[in-house]
Write a protein that binds this ligand. Structure first.
Ligand SMILES: Cc1ncc(COP(=O)(O)O)c(C=O)c1O
Length: 458
């Protein structure tokens, strides 16, 4: 076989800048309405965010500079695993009998096993620069909590993680990993915050949600001078840090002599791995170098913000402490079923990705977890790599494209982001193999109920 299977970008050619989509929104015809202060209804200013985030990250959140230089200290840590490999899925293509040329970017080689350290490292770095001693955060599947624990360890900052209770119970080894990197981990809802206590008073058996865990982490950071908060997705600066992914992919496709992709596929929880993967392709379009490929976002039918949520202003958390963001939302009270893709169980979607869907630049699809695991089984049995259930949604999306090519006989180039490995998700694979996995689609009535509690804006 003459065409390569793994395409490695040398360290010396790693991206030196992040790409900031804010700079190109006008050129793309995309409008991202600003976050609003829940009290005044006015756009939030830097001073509103200052108790939670270091100033450099606030500047990045609202800044319009097209390329932001990656500090050398961050690049040094990135070099522990970046650039990540791009694979050509020769064996999966053959097993499927598809003429499609399938490539996947593999972010599972990072220390914590996903794309999340691409932003946890710069977030910890800028906090350290500005004297932060402690960072609080939430985690769903444990991927983000692990990534932040690792990054805090790199820059000597204490880390406290509120972990959604159902994941805390399902994934004891994720907790152990976070503790190995020096973090303390608390199941959420907890009795350590007013937000947690309020939920427990109403629902003592609550299995938690990302929305609740965010409230707990934000509350603690807002109350302590030595503590800031870090978010693993949704916000503009987080998405920007992930753009090392797509920049590397473009260079690796060139190295492989591949055609410009026909379609890009990624999974969406809050939108960060997806954005980091696709944004540099939008920049190519803006610069007139290459036309935008079709772009597909895949989410779980159990947490269908893009496909069934409303595009409206909503809180980022259940306790109504965050600014209001215009996004696709299922309502901040939404409690998703405990499906295995814990990292995709969020009620909202990043405002930028939501706006790209509204503008028709991105298509959104959903799948339940059985077909997603079916797709992963085919993938793992030919490619060997075990996808995280979140990343499995991208595998499912790529499979649909490969099967469409098989049907039509077209040899399209399909590229997807395999954003994490599933080594901590083997109980999910075990349930699948044991025939114990259940499909779940979020019921229409429950969506209507949580949407009824959306705040009134404007
Ligand atoms: C492996 C993995 N993929 C995807 C996600 C979803 O987040 P995002 O949409 O921000 O990439 C998570 C979140 O925890 C994750 O752990």
């Amino acid at each position: 076989m003459s065409e390569p299977t793994k395409i490695f970008l040398p360290e010396k050619d790693a991206p030196t800048h992040w790409y900031n989509l804010n700079a190109d929104l006008g050129a793309l015809g995309v409008d991202v309405p600003p976050p609003l202060h829940p009290g005044t209804g006015q756009p939030v200013g830097p001073e509103d965010l200052a108790p939670l985030f270091p100033m450099e990250l606030i500047k990045q959140e609202v800044g319009g500079e097209r390329y932001v230089e990656i500090p050398e200290e961050v690049r040094q840590v990135y070099r522990l695993w970046r650039p990540t490999p791009l694979y050509r899925a020769h064996r999966w293509e053959k097993a499927l009998g598809t003429p499609a040329k399938i490539f996947y970017k593999y972010e599972g080689v990072s220390p914590s096993g996903s794309h999340k350290p691409n932003t946890s490292v710069p977030q910890a770095y800028y906090n350290a620069q500005e004297g932060t001693k402690r960072i609080t955060t939430e985690t769903g599947a444990g991927q983000w909590g692990s990534a932040l624990s690792f990054a805090c360890q790199m820059f000597d900052i204490a880390c406290k993680v509120y972990m959604v209770k159902v994941s805390f119970q399902q994934k004891p080894y994720r907790r152990a990993l976070m503790e190995t990197w020096g973090a303390s981990v608390v199941p959420s809802p907890s009795d350590q915050t007013a937000a947690g206590r309020a939920i427990l008073a109403k629902q003592p058996e609550s299995t938690g949600s990302l929305g609740i865990a965010i409230s707990e982490a934000v509350e603690e950071a807002a109350q302590r001078d030595d503590t800031k908060y870090a978010l693993g997705s949704v916000l503009n600066h987080v998405l920007m840090h992930q753009t090392v992914i797509g920049q590397e992919v473009i260079r690796q496709l060139e190295m492989a002599g591949a055609d410009w992709p026909d379609v890009l596929v990624g999974c969406t929880g809050g939108g960060s791995n997806f954005a980091g993967f696709i944004y540099p392709f939008l920049a190519e379009d803006v610069d007139g170098r290459h036309a935008k490929p079709r772009i597909v976002a895949v989410e779980p039918a159990a947490s269908p913000s893009l496909t069934r949520g409303r595009y409206a202003y909503d809180f980022g958390d259940t306790g109504q402490m965050t600014p209001l963001m215009k996004m696709h939302t299922l309502g901040h009270d939404f409690i998703p079923a405990p499906i295995h893709a814990g990292g995709l169980r969020y009620h909202g979607m990043s405002p930028q990705v939501s706006a790209l869907v509204e503008a028709g630049l991105v298509e959104a699809k959903s799948t339940t977890q059985m077909p997603m695991f079916d797709a992963c089984m085919g993938f793992v049995r030919s490619e060997g790599i075990l996808p995280a259930p979140e990343a499995g949604h991208a595998v499912w999306g790529a499979l649909q494209e490969a099967l469409a090519c098989k049907e039509s006989g077209e040899a399209r180039t399909v590229v997807f982001n395999l954003c994490g490995h599933g080594h901590f998700d083997l109980s999910a694979y075990d349930a699948y193999l044991g025939g114990q996995l259940e499909d779940y689609e979020y019921p229409e009535a429950a969506i209507a109920e949580s949407l009824a509690a959306l705040p009134h804006v404007g």
